[in-house]
Ligand binder design. Structure first.
Ligand code: PHE
Length: 460
């Protein structure tokens, strides 16, 4: 099997650089918005519990698989499956599916990320008393506003990708990730001292196991794949820039831990903040008595809270919160764009700058379409995120487990982790990749498609 010289495509400068970039990809809107929202509507800690199982038992082994495939081949997802299968078209489809999911996820993600930026302006306008403007930029149903902010966000993403692996992605994430953590911790520190926040902590950490059913498990798995950036080759791509000196399972463990920890922290911010908002007179339950979630939570409840707080405090809190979301989103969008860009560079010898600009523009066109039809976001999420990513994870595991073989993957891990063969990891991981992960994903997907109940009716 041909192995490419990774030096010419770019490399991470350091292990920390890789871990922060991969954690930056993982930590995104999925953590700060998606996770707390899902917790709020799915039985508090019961969801947290199922989520942790999905992240560590299913997500982590898939992450190791992706990084190993990436580093072994030194290629983008399509090139990687080509290289490992000796150019069999069928297998390269796994990579193509990943690239497609990445493109489509980036298209809707950019629109939502645009909202997080427009709300920074909303908070500023509100503070200086320009309420008309504040309402105007805050209208997520306004196609023009959506389009403008999506374009701004895509430009920021492209400008980082143009810089390359170490001077673009690595430099940006090394700066943004610590900043993100500091903002998050300061916000939590503040919220936890406020009246009403205790009820939020209770709602977060008190499990309601009666809510656990197939649909909750499906949501938790979709959330874990999305949050860990798995199933579409972002980590194959990032792994392709990783030095042979690095320990892959260890790096993957750090990334999984960081992502999960930040999701957990975000829950400590958002749920208490909701009840704090309630203490200020903001409605946090819908008519059916469910906690408000999704867009209503992030773009209605929380801004109302910031406005109630008023003055400089409200401004700082509001701006810091939406800045936090924007930063988290940006470190993720760059990893989404890097996937098709690396594909164009590797497979078509396109220069990086031109690839980033053209592909960014192409995806922005889809984003603009979504900007004017935001109900499409739900459709995209279902197809490319909830089904697409677990399906990608399933294909990656079965390919690695039964075609490329786990022994070859373990051999790749030996560089950077020479004693890996003597560890229990090397005994347990293959079993997860070959059996546990594919079965869990398959069960979940079939369940989601209603196939299981159909079969039950057929044979029951
Ligand atoms: N992990 C990101 C988040 O949590 C989203 C993402 C998915 C990024 C897939 C890259 C690939 O928001």
């Amino acid at each position: 099997m041909a192995q490419t010289d990774t030096a010419s495509r770019g490399n991470w400068n350091s292990k920390l650089g890789f871990i922060l970039a991969a954690a930056g990809s993982a930590v995104g809107l999925g953590n700060i918005w998606g996770f707390p929202t899902q917790v709020a509507s799915n039985g508090g800690a019961a969801f947290l519990f199922i989520y942790l199982i999905c992240a560590f038992a299913i997500g982590f082994p898939v992450m190791v698989a992706e990084i190993t495939i990436g580093r072994r081949t030194g290629k983008n997802p399509v090139g990687a499956f080509n290289a490992l299968s000796g150019n069999k078209f069928l297998y390269s489809l796994i990579g193509m599916w990943g690239v497609l999911c990445g493109v489509m996820i980036l298209a809707f993600y950019t629109v939502i990320a645009g909202w997080t930026v427009s709300y920074v302006f909303e908070e500023l306008f509100h503070f200086i008393g320009m309420n008309g403007w504040a309402t105007y930029v805050a209208d997520t149903n306004n196609g023009i506003i959506n389009a403008i902010f999506a374009a701004i966000f895509m430009s920021a993403t492209v400008s980082i990708i143009v810089g390359g692996v170490s001077d673009g992605i690595e430099r940006a994430t090394k700066f943004m990730m610590p900043l993100l953590l500091v903002i998050l911790l300061v916000l939590i520190g503040y919220v936890l001292w406020q009246p009403g926040s205790g009820v939020g902590i209770e709602a977060y950490l008190f499990p309601d196991f009666s809510k656990v059913d197939a649909s909750l498990i499906f949501s938790a798995m979709g959330q874990a794949f999305f949050s860990l950036s798995l199933g579409m080759g972002a980590l194959i791509t990032y792994g392709s820039y990783l030095s042979k000196k690095e320990n892959i399972p260890e790096a993957a463990a750090y990334v999984t831990l960081m992502d999960t920890f930040i999701a957990f922290l975000a829950g400590l911010l958002i749920l208490p903040a909701m009840y704090m908002a309630q203490a200020q007179g903001v409605a946090i339950f819908d008519k059916a008595g469910h906690l408000l979630a999704g867009t209503a939570l992030i773009f209605k409840v929380l801004p109302q809270l910031f406005h109630q707080l008023g003055g400089v405090l409200g401004l700082i809190f509001g701006v810091a919160f939406f800045l936090l979301l924007s930063i988290a989103a940006l470190t993720s969008t760059i990893s989404l764009l890097e996937v098709p860009v690396s594909y164009a560079i590797d497979e078509y010898n396109f220069p990086r700058k031109r690839s980033a600009q053209l592909i960014g523009l192409g995806i922005l066109i889809i984003s603009l379409f979504i900007s004017f039809n935001i109900s499409l976001i739900g459709v995209f999420v279902t197809i490319f995120n909830n089904v697409g990513l677990p399906l990608g994870g399933f294909l990656i595991c079965t390919f690695l487990g039964y075609y490329w073989k786990t022994e070859n993957a373990i051999a790749e891990m030996e560089s950077g982790y020479p004693s890996v063969k003597q560890t229990i990891f090397s005994k347990v991981w293959p079993f997860f990749v070959k059996v546990i992960c594919p079965l869990a994903i398959l069960y979940n997907l079939l369940n989601a498609l209603g196939a299981i109940s159909y079969l039950q009716n057929l044979f029951g």
